[in-house]
Design a protein around this ligand. Structure first.
Ligand SMILES: Cc1cc2nc3c(=O)[nH]c(=O)nc-3n(C[C@H](O)[C@H](O)[C@H](O)COP(=O)(O)OP(=O)(O)OC[C@H]3O[C@@H](n4cnc5c(N)ncnc54)[C@H](O)[C@@H]3O)c2cc1C
Length: 439
């Protein structure tokens, strides 16, 4: 019996390092029976487990996570919960689809905000909105196009020039940016841990409990873990790219890593660069191969850029020095007067993309449902699709669910190796080269 490749924690996640050490993990070391098995405690799995437990209060839900909650990609991102449809989804003439995506994403932002408020989850949650920033000619072209898409979509925004941006972003690096107001910013590891700690009573969460084998027979799903086993009637997959290890969406996902570095907290005098309130912001690049920047409420600067194709889900850690150097260059180009401020952490995380930019949501087998391939905007998409996956699986009917089914599809089949790796790597290199002025 071949074992699934499982996630591992590279211990580099800067967000996670800021949190207090958690209580020891509850690991599965027995044989359990459940009505519902949920695999993966990221945004998707947590939302699915929560919702199915609410809808079926008398049933037993077991949630298995390979790592500690917050150590996976959901706790490693740059903390934007974005309401707008993502890149490709904003293109094209299908306004109805765009409005469905917007309304689903807004549902996610609202759901997360409600949970943060109800459970006092300390994760720096703020409806700060986001900037989409352009550095040079290339970025400006993308930004103009983005502006035309927002205009067609009738989405309110504000365009700012270099002088207006300087006191907010603390740098004259950006020629122009578009501000949209409804994105929330947060500390992802803190949020995800908080979501894991506040699940309904009928959810049992086991951490450091990877599923190494998954079978279906006699009307039951059986998940084998290193020290135990769960037999369940129903299966909800929130394991994202790793789901292909169990045979789902095999050869249809592109596991891609992207990377971030975080500084220490800035001093009062260093913070003088950011003269305009609220003294924290999030900026995504107009050119998607450019650099994301955040100033957090606790005064840390974060840069995110660079991509690696990782068919086995992890990069070669020895490459991190090069990645960190790239981050350093992006940071110092923006903040030359902060060149003395060190990075405290550099980390990467793997997201699921697909060749046709399509996310998956639906049934994948007998009593088995999956949502994944969130195209690197899984904070919103994972949250809403996880919730709706539970609704689909329990036979609910709602306009949100109908919208989610309407905007989802089947990720395209990948070409066989070595053509896949060659093609993806070449494309990434070309994009990085073409976008070097925006990095
Ligand atoms: C550096 C970086 C920046 C990003 N920035 C943003 C951003 O600002 N906004 C945004 O929306 N998105 C962002 N993303 C993407 C976002 O993090 C993902 O889209 C999101 O985490 C997907 O959520 P998920 O729950 O579907 O999957 P994941 O977060 O990947 O969760 C899957 C979980 O399943 C677990 N698992 C897998 N296999 C097994 C197994 N065999 N047994 C048990 N458990 C298993 C994993 O450990 C993991 O915890 C970023 C990603 C990275 C890496």
């Amino acid at each position: 019996m071949s074992q699934a490749t499982i996630p591992r924690d590279d211990k580099c996640n800067g967000w996670y390092q800021q949190l207090e050490a958690p209580a020891p993990a509850r690991r599965l070391n027995t044989g359990e029976r459940a009505d519902w098995l949920v695999i993966g405690a990221g945004f998707t799995g947590l939302a699915a487990a929560r919702r199915v437990a609410e809808l079926r209060p008398g049933e037993r839900v077991v949630l298995l996570e390979a790592l500690r909650v917050g150590q996976g990609a959901s706790g490693r991102n740059t903390g934007f919960v974005i309401d707008l449809p993502h890149k490709r989804d904003l293109e094209g003439d299908d306004l109805e689809r765009k409005h469905k995506l917007l309304s689903l994403n807004r549902g996610a932002v609202d759901d997360l905000e409600t949970l943060v408020r109800c459970h006092d989850i300390e994760c720096g949650w703020s409806r700060a909105g986001k900037y989409q920033g352009a550095v040079g000619e290339r970025g400006l072209k993308y930004l103009d196009h983005y502006e035309s898409l927002l205009r067609d979509f009738d989405y309110p925004y504000r365009r700012l020039n270099r002088d207006e941006l300087t006191p907010i972003l603390g740098t004259r690096h950006y020629a122009s940016a578009i501000y949209t107001a409804n994105t929330a910013l947060m500390q992802p590891a803190a949020l995800v841990r908080g979501l894991g700690a506040t699940l309904p009573d009928n959810v049992e969460l086991y951490e450091h409990t990877p599923v190494v084998n998954l079978t279906h027979s006699g009307g039951h799903w059986c998940a084998t873990t290193p020290e135990g086993e769960v037999r369940a009637t129903n299966l909800l997959l929130g394991s994202n790219i790793y789901s292909q290890e169990f045979g789902f969406l095999r050869h249809r996902m592109l596991p891609v890593m992207t990377f971030a570095s975080m500084t220490r907290a800035l001093s009062d005098s260093e913070m003088a660069l950011f003269a305009a309130a609220p003294h924290h912001f999030g900026l995504t690049p107009a050119d998607h191969a450019g650099t994301t920047v955040r100033l957090t409420p606790d005064r840390r600067l974060i840069v995110r850029n660079q991509y690696r194709f990782v068919p086995r889900y992890h990069d070669d850690l020895s490459e991190r020095t090069r990645i960190r150097q790239g981050h350093r260059e992006s940071f110092e180009a923006r903040y030359p007067t902060l060149a003395h401020v060190p990075f405290e952490a550099t980390w990467g995380g793997a997201c699921g993309l697909s060749r046709n930019y399509t996310a998956f949501f639906g049934k994948v087998g007998d009593n088995a449902w999956m949502s994944g391939v969130h195209q690197s905007v899984g904070a919103a998409r994972g949250t809403i699709s996880g919730k709706l996956l539970a609704e689909l699986a329990t036979g609910q009917d709602s306009s949100q669910l109908a919208d989610m089914l309407a905007v989802s599809g089947t990720p395209a089949l990948n070409p066989p190796e070595p053509f896949l790796s060659l093609g993806v790597k070449t494309r990434m290199k070309q994009a990085a080269w073409a976008s070097r002025s925006e990095l």
